[in-house]
Design a binder for this molecule. Structure first.
Ligand code: NI
Length: 284
């Protein structure tokens, strides 16, 4: 499926446009009212100027500063989405979010980042806190290259078997680990094993602002069925608004990515981060 080759303007705070060069942009409002411009399929050229805050001091964006360039859009902040959980979003636009769980891994994740960079593909990483604490430099690289980092707890335990206070501690510690390493706070969480109750989703959204991000395509890469099987399951399962789940701790999963990504790009899909995808729910 190809993206419709025409200018399209969406209502209210968000618009999605195609230029005549095939360069696609999405503009959203951040929590503090800035315009946030995303460019798919081409290097980003436009960044909105940060507004001064109430103290007259310029808002700074440490991720952009770390990137040392203006190619990284400023990450949005604050509560994400209106629902307390998403496994996909409602849209007819060929947008998908590619998500990687359980890293970072010292060899596989940098290799994956190289592959994503070479294709200008943005992804979302649900990092495990203990791994994040060991490899903060990899987290900084993720943010600097335009990827998003989400909360996947510190110890990767089963939330349905934990007390609310234990879950709070897991999420808070992981949140702080990501924020300290990158300067950017996570805006969503993914429950380890997908194990979470409706009540837990509700209070986690209320207290942390995090929607629980599930998935619409699971190629079961952790069972190591082989790179070509992982790639074909991702490609056959992808639908507009879908969330694709894989794990960057497994080498065969990284081996599957060039083929999977190139096939999906060939079908007209655009890869955006989870926050960008959630912002598109019900639009387009
Ligand atoms: Ni996990």
């Amino acid at each position: 499926m190809r993206f419709p080759f025409q200018a399209t303007c969406l209502a209210s705070a968000l618009s999605l446009c195609l230029s005549m060069t095939g360069c696609q942009t999405t503009t959203t409002k951040t929590a503090d009212g800035r315009d946030e411009v995303f460019v798919f399929g081409a290097p980003k050229k436009k960044t909105s100027k940060p507004k001064k805050n109430s103290k007259g001091k310029k808002d700074t964006d440490s991720a952009t500063q770390m990137a040392g360039s203006n190619t990284v859009p400023p990450p949005a902040t604050g509560p994400l989405g209106t629902k307390d959980s998403y496994s996909s979003i409602k849209t007819n636009l060929p947008l998908v979010a590619l998500t990687f769980d359980d890293g970072p891994h010292p060899e596989n994740t940098p290799r994956l980042l190289d592959l994503l960079k070479s294709r200008n593909v943005k992804a979302t990483f649900y990092v495990v806190g203990t791994n994040a604490q060991r490899h903060p430099g990899i987290l900084r690289r993720m943010v600097a290259e335009g990827h998003e980092i989400g909360n996947h707890t510190i110890t990767h335990g089963n939330l349905t078997k934990m007390t609310p206070d234990a879950i709070r501690k897991e999420l808070k510690t992981s949140h702080q680990t990501i924020l300290s390493a990158t300067g950017v706070a996570p805006r969503s969480m993914r429950p380890p094993y997908g194990a979470i109750t409706s009540d837990q989703k509700a209070w986690i959204k209320r207290e942390f602002g995090y929607p629980s991000i599930m998935w619409s395509v699971d190629p079961e890469d952790w069972k190591r069925p082989g790179p070509s099987v992982v790639a074909s399951r991702l490609v056959s399962g992808a639908r507009p608004g879908g969330i694709l789940l894989v794990h960057d701790i497994h080498k065969p999963t990284i081996d599957a990515m060039p083929s999977a990504i190139d096939q999906l790009l060939g079908k007209g899909f655009q890869f955006i981060t989870v926050s960008q995808l959630v912002a598109m729910d019900g639009k387009g």
